[in-house]
Design a protein around this ligand. Structure first.
Ligand SMILES: C[S@@+](CC[C@H](N)C(=O)[O-])C[C@H]1O[C@@H](n2cnc3c(N)ncnc32)[C@H](O)[C@@H]1O
Length: 219
């Protein structure tokens, strides 16, 4: 079974935090479960993780069917700390207050154009955006979200992206350079997913080396 960004974020959380540090922390997921395929259901994966560590999950999707899917996942798991919101991710982050304390953000929203999207998928995008899936809107959507997240983040905020293929293919083509330009560091890059974080100590030379190394790895 192939691994996705949600596995990377889950493992990062379990490796880098003690259980007592996770209580009441929140994962914000952009892109709720769309198809209940083996290994691809990030909402179910995060629900189980949040249940285990007493965390909260906010799952956001522009498509009402996916929002209903998230609600079903919460119900099936008997999970009470889940909130499914039918909204664009861009609007969700714009509407968030400046003191929101973003803990973990999982960005798996607007699809990039890999030329193999099914017709129903294209129809859903046409309903909400009025166009077929296209890379310009994918990149703009993720860039818009990270600008807001950057404004509202704190030193501990973790951003995980799925579908990061290269510097010109995937969901992070403009969002990742924006984060680099604003001092974020790529902590991990695996299975077409990345973890980004702000360095804790700016004066430490190893942080600067890490930034430079990671930028080369991705490009
Ligand atoms: C790749 S799927 C998410 C898959 C899900 N994370 C999983 O593992 O099952 C992408 C989802 O993002 C949603 N989406 C696209 N653009 C969006 C936007 N601007 N804001 C919120 N959701 C969006 C789509 O409706 C679709 O359900």
């Amino acid at each position: 079974m192939s691994e996705h960004g949600h596995n990377l974020l889950g493992k990062y959380i379990e490796t880098n935090f003690k259980p007592n540090e996770l209580i009441n922390k929140t994962i914000i997921e952009i892109g709720s479960v769309r198809e209940f395929l083996d290994g691809q259901n990030s909402t179910d994966y995060f629900t189980k993780l949040c249940k285990k560590y007493h965390m909260n999950l906010v799952s956001i999707d522009m498509d009402i069917e996916c929002t209903r899917n998230a609600e079903k996942v919460f119900k099936d798991n008997n999970f009470e700390n889940g909130e499914a919101i039918n909204k664009r991710g861009e609007e969700y982050f714009k509407d968030l207050g400046f003191y929101s304390k973003l803990n973990f953000v999982y960005l798996d929203g607007y699809d990039y154009d890999h030329k193999q999207h099914a017709e129903e998928r294209q129809e859903s995008y046409n309903r909400v955006f009025g166009t077929d899936i296209n890379n310009e809107e994918c990149w703009a959507s993720h860039l818009d979200m990270v600008k807001q997240i950057h404004l509202k983040s704190d030193i501990d905020t973790i951003i995980c992206f799925d579908d990061i293929i290269s510097s010109d293919v995937g969901k992070g083509v403009t969002a990742i350079p924006y984060l680099f330009d604003n001092g974020w560091v790529m902590k991990e890059y695996k299975n077409r997913a990345v973890i980004m974080k702000l360095p804790e100590v700016w004066t430490d030379k190893s942080d600067i080396d890490e930034i430079i190394d990671n930028q080369f790895v991705w490009a």
